[in-house]
Design a protein around this ligand. Structure first.
Ligand code: IDC
Length: 466
């Protein structure tokens, strides 16, 4: 041991680390890095970096590596403090993951941009010691995964991914890998409860191969406020139907008019205390605390969130919570503002995401630009969108919908489409009258919007399992 320490001291001196040296501060025998391209899109990519300490325990770690191509630039990292100087990228551990025991791993990651090739980085070193343990992960990025390759997703979405959590700007599964959940939103359950039954849920899980169902419980408009116990129980029974099929259920406290969520603060606390306690042990539940704040400042929304989230956490500590944003969950854009008010003053809570909504015929390039910018800084979830205009009616805009869905796929942003219902409006997926019968599967029951969404949602998920 003495000889090893002496050797380490020499190495540290050579590396100019004498001042920092203590038996705790240097990874002695080395390290291993698993570098994975989680996704790649035009000019951008996202990488996961798993660092395993193969040496003695370290009290604070710093990983350095080289970007081999001059065009590769760090954009935004998480779970570490990230910097880039020339071709060298450095990530330093944070308060909560700074210490690394022998054999322990830490998962960090970043998004980057590139102009030429996008080769894997090289020369990984932990506290100045080269990581000579094998560098695993995918050898090269795969920009066009073959959709016909059978993925490891033979189970259900919840069976494979388990309890989800927020990691950096993404939603991650139980293997700490970013995933995108794709699914549908109910219509108001006060009006369309006939649409949510075993046959329609089977179709959503098996034919649509959806990952999630958002349960839209209006608070006003004949909703929750008229019968709190009854609506709480209806939400719970839809959560159970989703759970039985391995689907995630997003419980949407569908505030809309009035637009200030604080109007419903007491109701929200009562409702979420109840559903969070009842569903705490389930892995499939995500809470959305305010559908579309409107006519209200970000400060007021943030204050509401910081009062409702602790109520949920007290009962269900590990669930993801989604917070609505200003201007009908437009990140403020529909109010002439932008995502920067949230970036500058985020909700003071962990494991949360922010909601973004769009209607493809009404919201186009400037909204896509805002979401793209926000997605580098904030964990985003498109908890509601339509293929049509913001009224929920009008013509389907195929070009804009396709541009939106391609963007969400690239950024791995989850989504729920308005609506899995037979409402007499073009945003609905089913023809009027469908919910009076039992056939939710044949192509004849789908609308133009339903046909498009089913074709997008039913493609393979390829959820990562390690
Ligand atoms: C619409 C429904 C419509 C209902 C109306 C009033 O499609 O049948 O009469 O609400 O409650 C939203 C809202 C969502 C709207 C939807 C379409 O979250 O409640 O549903 N929309 O207008 N934001 C933007 C559009």
């Amino acid at each position: 041991m003495k000889r090893l320490l002496a050797l380490l001291a020499t190495c540290a001196t050579v590396l100019g680390l004498t001042a920092l040296f203590s038996p705790q501060a240097v990874a002695a025998a080395g390290c291993k890095v698993d570098y994975t391209f989680a996704s790649q899109w035009q000019g951008g990519f996202q990488a996961g970096v798993k660092i395993t300490n193969l040496g003695g325990p370290v009290s604070a770690w710093t990983l350095a590596f080289t970007m081999p191509d001059a065009g590769q630039k760090l954009v935004q990292g998480w779970n570490a403090t990230w910097t880039q100087s020339g071709s060298t990228v450095t990530a330093a551990g944070l308060d909560w993951n700074r210490a690394l025991a022998t054999g322990a791993s830490v998962d960090v990651g970043f998004t980057g941009s590139f102009t030429g090739a996008n080769p894997k980085p090289a020369a990984f070193a932990l506290n100045g010691v080269a990581c000579t343990g094998s560098i695993g992960g995918d050898p090269t990025p795969d920009p066009t995964p073959d959709p016909t390759t059978p993925g490891p997703t033979t189970g259900t979405p919840v069976g494979i991914n388990g309890q989800v959590h927020v990691c950096g700007v993404n939603l991650c599964n139980q293997y700490n890998r970013p995933i995108q959940l794709r699914g549908m939103s109910t219509h108001g359950i006060q009006w369309f409860s006939a649409c949510y039954n075993d046959a329609s849920m089977d179709a959503l899980a098996q034919d649509w191969k959806a990952d999630l169902l958002r349960v839209a419980m209006y608070v006003q408009e004949e909703g929750y406020e008229t019968d709190p116990a009854g609506f709480t129980s209806r939400v719970n029974s839809i959560v159970d139907m989703a759970e039985a099929r391995g689907l995630y259920a997003m419980i949407d406290f569908h505030t809309l008019t009035p637009g200030d969520p604080n109007y419903n603060l007491a109701r929200a606390k009562t409702f979420f205390a109840s559903v969070a306690a009842r569903n705490a042990d389930k892995k499939n539940v995500i809470y959305e605390i305010a559908n579309e704040p409107n006519g209200v400042s970000w400060a007021a929304i943030k204050s509401y969130a910081e009062q409702v989230i602790p109520v949920i956490r007290a009962a269900d500590p590990d669930a993801v919570v989604v917070v609505g944003t200003r201007g009908w969950s437009s990140l403020g854009v529909s109010d002439g503002s932008s995502e920067s008010e949230i970036v500058n003053s985020p909700v003071n809570a962990a494991n949360i995401m922010y909601a973004f909504h769009f209607y493809a015929a009404s919201h186009k390039d400037n909204y896509r630009a805002a979401l793209s910018r926000a997605a580098a800084r904030l964990p985003m979830f498109v908890t509601e969108f339509g293929t049509v205009s913001a009224t929920g009616g009008g013509a389907l805009d195929r070009t804009s919908t396709t541009a939106w869905l391609d963007l969400l796929d690239q950024l791995k942003i989850g989504y729920a489409n308005w609506t899995y219902s037979d409402a007499p409006e073009s945003s609905a997926a089913f023809q009027p009258g469908t919910c009076d019968g039992t056939d939710y599967s044949s192509s004849g029951v789908l609308t133009e919007s339903g046909t498009l969404l089913k074709s997008r949602i039913s493609t393979s998920d390829n959820f990562p399992t390690s």
